[in-house]
Design a protein around this ligand. Structure first.
Ligand SMILES: [Zn+2]
Length: 429
């Protein structure tokens, strides 16, 4: 067992349904055995009960739960920074040419390594990962995630129209290839499978029927929705009988509590009502929405309808893997919305990138906060001495204030340690 001592902060409450001040909790120590949290409390109390256990001191900064990224594209790790284009141009010019390269298995293996190294260095220990269009690349991704012990849900990306030809698969091969991957990887260690049509723009009704068949295997579902007005207009043209974008998934039975849909920047009220009723989640990707000019996310309408929301980096359209940056951008967007925005406190931001993500992924019985019985996935944010963040933490008046300064200033350089189910991936400096 190990006793971790420091300023340990999590959000056992839900700041969106209760008082944000009550959502945040702070303790001085956690007792961890075999990767699982066995006790939490003051250092003095836990030390008195367990005087012989080794102590790891995390002096300075904050220890928070490992981050949960609910929307990130692994084949785009080498394609970040393509600014100045709306969604459909960006896909054609930046993202899809890079995604084609993952047909080469050795290339995909390198990319998977770079992707997970980047996630861990950014403090992300769990993710719903948008996969590749190629089966060998998916095998490389799952093997790399398994090796690192990360909590990863992912799946083969399915498309049978509109995209460049080398990225298309037929509904028949989509069914057999996905079924094989599910058999091999779903529920193996911390891995799970997600059926992943790219978006209904590039997936016919036949392909979406295949997705429904695969969901019968108890796996997850993810895709994109309502990201960009030109995309939404094209989808409406392709599905003349659909009431709205969500209906293109709904009428195939693809909207359930195991569904996570990315973006939803332009939903109508009927879609929000269905998402809430079905218990589906939305992944909000703030820097991507800003970089592509997609729009300002209507968080208040989601929350008022009772839709579950979490954060996604949406790399490569997003501006990096570091979720505190996404949280800060989410805060900015709500400020810019004026009276239509939902003012976010540091408790909201921490919740969105930890416990909110765990709930969206149905993993909140295992991760997302430091409750006794949960896995010890943790990030130690401690800036280098003399940095502007270190100066600000020194002058923070309480933990909420310290968190606000972290959201304003932290970068991956401030990640001083990451624990994945109790195993330290990066030696504390
Ligand atoms: Zn995306």
């Amino acid at each position: 067992m190990t006793l971790y001592a420091g300023t340990i902060v999590d959000t056992p409450g839900d700041p969106f349904t209760g008082d944000p001040g009550d959502a945040l909790a702070e303790v001085g120590a956690l007792l961890v055995r075999e990767g699982v949290i066995r006790a939490r409390g003051s250092f003095a109390a836990l030390r008195a009960e367990h005087p012989d256990e080794p102590v790891t001191r995390l002096d300075g900064g904050l220890l928070v739960p490992g981050f949960v990224d609910t929307h990130v594209h692994f084949p785009q790790i080498r394609a970040i920074g393509g600014l100045g284009m709306p969604l459909l141009d960006w896909l054609e010019r930046c993202a899809l040419p890079e995604e084609s390269k993952l047909a080469d298995r050795a290339y995909a293996r390198e990319v998977a390594g770079e992707f997970f190294d980047g996630l861990i260095a950014s403090g992300t220990t769990s993710a719903l990962v948008f996969g590749s269009h190629f089966v060998p690349a998916m095998n490389e991704l799952f093997a790399a995630a398994d090796h690192r012990g990360l909590n990863i849900t992912s799946g083969l990306v399915l498309s049978d129209r509109i995209l460049r030809p080398d990225l298309l698969n037929s509904p028949e091969t989509a069914l057999t290839d996905s079924a094989d991957l599910i058999l091999r990887w779903h529920d193996r260690g911390r891995l799970r499978y997600a059926v992943t049509p790219r978006f209904s723009l590039s997936a016919s009704d036949e392909m979406l029927d295949v997705c429904a068949q695969l969901l019968g295997k108890g796996v997850w579902f993810t895709s994109h929705i309502n990201e960009n007005v030109a995309e939404i207009a094209q989808v409406a043209g392709l599905f003349p009988g659909a009431r709205h974008y969500l209906d293109t998934y709904l009428r195939h039975g693809l909207v359930t509590e195991r569904s996570v849909l990315a973006h939803n920047v332009h939903p109508d009220d009927a879609e929000l009502a269905v998402l809430a009723e079905r218990g589906a989640s939305v992944s909000h990707c703030p820097t991507s929405n800003c970089a592509l000019g997609s729009g300002l996310f209507p968080l208040r309408r989601h929350i008022e309808h009772g839709v579950r929301v979490a954060l996604g980096s949406d790399v490569g359209a997003g501006a990096g893997l570091f979720l505190p940056k996404e949280a800060l951008q989410a805060y900015f967007i709500q400020q810019l919305l004026g009276p239509d925005g939902l003012p976010l406190t540091p408790a909201h931001l921490l919740y969105l990138m930890t416990r909110g993500g765990a709930r969206a992924l149905g993993l909140d019985d295992r991760i997302g906060d430091f409750a006794v019985g949960k896995d010890f996935d943790a990030v130690w944010l401690r800036p280098a001495a003399g940095s502007t963040l270190a100066v600000n933490l020194k002058h923070a008046c309480d933990t909420t204030d310290a968190l606000a300064r972290i959201f304003a200033l932290a970068t991956p350089a401030d990640v001083a340690g990451v624990w994945i189910r109790g195993v330290s991936d990066q030696a504390p400096r």
